[in-house]
Design a protein around this ligand. Structure first.
Ligand code: NDP
Length: 483
């Protein structure tokens, strides 16, 4: 028998054993990070075009083996094959975008030195941090961490990835594929195990942490990073609202809100959990939602709950919602042993736990509002601020502008996540910092200001030889410029 500490993963739909993995111990984490530091030194010394070529070659390999990735995602997350395939394909989109755009967004920027320093040239370089520790969740086991991994690599860092204990296989597979392209250096490594391995990673000498997971864990991660004075990105949970105005296309609004809330078994950080619908069209909207949801089945349209403990939270929220509200679709028996059938409830008080805490299951609560002012006020009245969806033919932009969240889709849901160019992240308890887009590339570098004289002025300001005449010039210029 092996004396290496291990853990196992199971098919969420059946409970069958899938894989057994070592729990990386603290010494091993330290060794991995030391190797990553050597890799970062080499990687950051390459030109942008060389890094782009290597990452695009890696991406081509990933795409050519997308079926293997899909198999692993299906096995450990329990989602349907087509969802897993879509997830893997979108992850590859981000690798390509980050690789292609890093040279442009991270190039040195020349800045104006200003009148007083007119003899100087000034520029800002974007410098990779070194080793980025990526800590990931289980709900989108390739897409979510890739939002950090691809952007950190494209920016010139090496990466050590700690996947969720429920979905380590795809992380290990990713590291293996990059190793095939770059056998000489450990550009992407994976440490496996429970939360304590994530904690060890933060303390192992990494230069930045990119965390995706629950707000509760994010606070521990942030505290540990502050203790070490390393920067961090936090991508956390949400309680995302959908706002449906009286002029909305109700068929489309209902269809997309339903998908947003139920797909991936409701386990999407940017998935709908609350719907605020204008009272004039509420009855019709709820009727369409009921019809469509009645045709959705767990195990066919979406998979099992990936994390068994989440079922307890879903059960508690369904119970709470049904105690205070009216069932539209489903009941208490909808929460099964492994699968959760769709649940839709109306008229749930805003202060109930099912309206305030993240459910992370296929549960939608629909509350009727007098107008969009009330919808906006309720949508914003939560500790979270991740994403929102607005449905209105005329007022989409106006409503969107008043929402306190990191991402808004007008007459659509989710699509920003598939766009390499769009930053992804939240405000309030949904997190800080951004992955994806130019902001996601910048996130994995720090600005270094570099200045040098283009010619020497007869007036010296930064010298003990500064004269009374120089003082006079300085104060006169100041007075002229700022009066
Ligand atoms: P958790 O917070 O439970 O875990 C996230 C990761 O952190 C896991 O790898 C976990 O390891 C690790 N971890 C746990 N404790 C520590 C610690 N003390 N120090 C360092 N790492 C630790 O989240 P879930 O995995 O349950 O993911 C679901 C959550 O993620 C939801 O709230 C969801 O909204 C959010 N999410 C947010 C996204 C976003 O982009 N905003 C995207 C996707 C999900 P282990 O698994 O072994 O416990």
């Amino acid at each position: 028998m092996s004396d290496v500490a291990q853990f196992s993963t199971y098919h969420p739909g059946t409970g069958e054993l899938f894989g057994t993995y070592p729990i990386t111990n603290d010494d091993e984490v330290a060794t991995v990070v030391a190797q990553a530091k050597a890799a970062a030194q080499w990687w950051s010394s390459l030109s942008f075009s060389k890094r782009r070529a290597i990452l695009l070659k890696w991406n081509a390999l990933l795409v050519s083996r997308i079926d293997d990735a899909t198999d692993l995602i299906v096995a450990e997350s329990g989602k349907p094959r087509s969802d897993a395939q879509l997830e893997a394909a979108l992850a590859c989109e981000h690798v390509a975008w980050a690789a292609r755009k890093a040279p442009f967004y991270l190039r040195p920027h020349h800045r104006s030195p200003g009148l007083l320093m007119a003899n100087m040239s000034a520029r800002v370089d974007r410098v990779p941090y070194g080793v980025v520790g990526v800590i990931g969740p289980w709900n989108y086991p390739i897409f979510t961490p890739m939002g950090s991994i691809a952007y950190a690599l494209a920016a010139g860092n090496s990466v050590v990835f700690k996947p969720s204990e429920f979905t380590p296989a795809i992380g290990l597979w990713l590291a293996k594929t990059l190793q095939e392209i770059v056998p000489e250096y450990q550009l992407l490594q994976v440490v496996t195990g429970t939360g304590s391995v994530g904690a060890a990673l933060i303390n192992s000498g990494v230069d930045k942490i990119s965390f995706t997971g629950s707000t509760a864990t994010a606070k521990k991660v942030a505290a540990a990073c502050v203790e070490r004075m390393i920067p961090f990105v936090l991508e956390c949970g949400g309680k995302d609202p959908v706002l449906v105005d009286s002029d909305a296309d109700l068929e489309r609004a209902a269809e997309h809100a339903l998908w947003s809330g139920m797909s991936n078994a409701g386990q999407s950080c940017i998935g709908a959990e609350r719907i605020y619908v204008h009272h004039e069209i509420a009855e019709r909207f709820i009727e369409i939602l009921r019809e469509r949801a009645s045709a959705i089945k767990a195990g066919i349209n979406y998979g099992a709950a990936t994390r068994p403990a989440q079922l307890e939270i879903i059960k508690r929220h369904v119970d709470d919602a049904l105690t205070h509200g009216l069932a539209v679709v489903g009941d208490r028996s909808s929460v099964g042993e492994r699968f959760v059938e769709p649940v839709i409830v109306t008229n749930v008080p805003e202060d109930s736990p099912s309206m305030r805490e993240e459910t992370f299951g296929p549960v939608l609560i629909v509350n009727t509002v007098l107008d969009m002012n009330e919808a906006i006020q309720r949508a914003n009245d939560t500790p979270f601020g991740l994403a929102a969806s607005v449905w209105s033919k005329r007022n989409g932009e106006k409503i969107a502008a008043r929402l306190h969240c990191g991402m808004v889709s007008i007459n659509s849901v989710f699509t920003f996540a598939a766009m390499g160019s769009m930053p992804f992240g939240g405000v309030k308890e949904s997190g800080m910092g951004r992955i994806h887009g130019p902001e996601g590339l910048l996130e994995f570098t720090y600005p270094r200001s570099v200045v040098k004289p283009r010619f020497h002025l007869p007036l010296e300001f930064t010298s003990f030889k500064r004269t009374a005449f120089a003082d006079k010039v300085l104060t006169t210029l100041s007075r002229i410029r700022h009066k």
